[in-house]
Design a protein around this ligand. Structure first.
Ligand code: IMP
Ligand code: MG
Length: 183
């Protein structure tokens, strides 16, 4: 285990198994909705890159990938100060079935922002898939259609999730030791 972690919350094996299952759930949902264009997966950078890479290889659907960058943490803090669009959507989503992919649903500010952006861009349908959700904090107005794991309200890193842009490369998801972050 990485020395900055207090404990592993979800192991790489558990992640791999759940991502496979999620692929099955999503494929089942969209099986009958595949037009000639297929599905457009819009991924929120940077936290979701590893999840996206693993998930799409478990998704036997015709698809395009779009990227959008949102920042929700500013500097060395775990508190969100509101979400801002850093780099806009790089694909056309008008008339498309869109599946939005994010690493974690916490206060919902990030997904609320991107969901509005996709609605404004004319997406035909919109569903949300998150690897993690903190149910104690998730707001009523932002619901995820596909959820990998519900977790406790702890600050986690690894498998794409960062603290101040570090730890994304850790293969397991773990709770960061309290002395390594400023609240
Ligand atoms: P929200 O906007 O509060 O829902 O937060 C979502 C974003 O905040 C995610 O896309 C993550 O980038 C980040 N985030 C929220 N909770 C955590 C955490 O426990 N560890 C790392 N990043 C987190
Ligand atoms: Mg982040």
């Amino acid at each position: 285990m990485h020395p900055d972690l207090d404990r592993i919350l979800i192991s790489r094996e558990q992640i791999a198994q759940r991502v496979r299952e999620l692929g099955g759930e999503i494929a089942e949902q969209y099986r009958h909705q595949e037009g000639p264009e297929g599905l457009t997966l819009v991924t929120i950078l940077s936290g979701s890159v590893i999840f996206l890479a693993d998930l799409i290889r478990e998704l036997p659907l015709r698809m395009k990938i779009g990227l959008i960058t949102v920042s929700s943490y500013h500097g060395a803090t775990t508190q969100t100060r509101g979400s801002v669009l850093v780099s806009d959507l790089n694909v056309e989503v008008a008339g498309q079935h869109v599946l939005l992919i994010d690493d974690i649903l916490d206060t919902g500010g990030t997904l609320r922002l991107v969901r509005q952006r996709l609605a404004d861009a004319g997406a035909r349908s919109l569903r949300i898939c998150v690897l993690l959700r903190k149910p104690s904090r998730a707001p009523a107005d932002v619901a995820a259609d596909f959820v990998g794991f519900d977790i406790e309200d702890a600050f986690v890193v690894g498998y794409g999730l960062d603290y101040n842009d570090h730890y994304r490369n850790l293969p397991d998801i773990g709770v960061l030791r309290r002395e390594f972050y400023a609240s």
